[in-house]
Design a protein around this ligand. Structure first.
Ligand SMILES: Nc1ncnc2c1ncn2[C@@H]1O[C@H](COP(=O)(O)OP(=O)(O)OP(=O)(O)O)[C@@H](O)[C@H]1O
Ligand SMILES: [Mg+2]
Length: 238
């Protein structure tokens, strides 16, 4: 049976689609597969369908199989029954309107990844999603700091970590840094495993491989909030 990993935060623009696509890509790239059969399925449950647009631009180069299923409630509630994949990564809507979709998907989740941008304005909406929808679903979940630009210094990052620690939220050690490459990728129809082989691209890719290790290595029930205040490692802060 596939492991179902749901990426959720009802605040728009925090990086759900970016994380879903690139995490699915590095896991598919690592597990291998053939031209006709991938071990990874990416699912978009967002009516805005930005993952679908990205997947269409990628075409045959998309490293995983893909389904757009916001209008298919039957499939939404049966993701766990899909047999032919090892891992399913699910993108969810960034709005309160589609809470029923998110709730349906959470019944299928093995674990939930909650992207959060290191800026105070994003704390309250994330808190609402976590406390009202994600936590009550009763599956393991962790906050993922996304889109931190090291050139801005560490003040926002530290403040966000303090907030996470005060809330006693479980969090990933990995921080996904801000890279222009990630912003451009949907329009170019590429994922992190297809970036050019240069130093910046390797660094950008490394963040997602680190995240994949955390997601797959611990079955979604890994280090708790204490680890999140230990600071970004030297390789993840440059
Ligand atoms: N780590 C990153 N580095 C650079 N750009 C990023 C990063 N994460 C997200 N972005 C950019 O931020 C914007 C919002 O990201 P994304 O679309 O993934 O968020 P979302 O949570 O899926 O949004 P929505 O709620 O609208 O679905 C996009 O332009 C994306 O390219
Ligand atoms: Mg999105």
């Amino acid at each position: 049976m596939a492991g179902v990993h749901v990426v959720a935060n009802q605040k728009g623009g925090v990086g759900k689609t970016t994380v879903t696509v690139n995490l699915a890509a590095v896991v598919a790239d690592t597990l291998g597969g053939t031209a006709d059969s991938s071990p990874v399925l990416g699912v978009s449950t967002d009516p805005q369908a930005s993952m679908l647009e990205w997947a269409e631009r990628a075409g045959n180069e998309l490293p995983f199989d893909f389904e757009q299923c916001h209008d298919n409630p039957k499939l939404l509630g049966k993701l766990r029954e899909i047999k032919q994949y090892s891992h399913i990564f699910v993108d969810t809507p960034g709005s309160l309107e589609n809470e029923s979709i998110l709730q349906a998907v959470l019944t299928q989740a093995d674990d939930v990844i909650v992207p959060l941008e290191p800026e105070p304005l994003s704390f309250n909406p994330a808190t609402r999603s976590i406390e009202r929808v994600i936590q009550p679903a009763g599956v393991p979940w962790r906050v993922l700091l996304n889109n931190w630009d090291p050139r801005d210094g560490t003040a926002d990052l530290e403040q966000t970590r303090e907030y996470i620690a005060a809330k006693r939220w479980p969090a990933f050690n990995t921080v996904i840094r801000h890279y222009k490459l990630h912003t451009r990728a949907p329009a170019d129809g590429v994922t992190v495993v297809q970036y050019a082989k240069n130093r910046v691209a390797l660094e950008a890719r490394q963040d997602f491989f680190r995240l994949a290790l955390e997601v797959l290595g611990t079955g979604g029930d890994g280090p708790r909030h204490a680890s999140a205040v230990n600071g970004v490692s030297s390789t993840n802060g440059g």
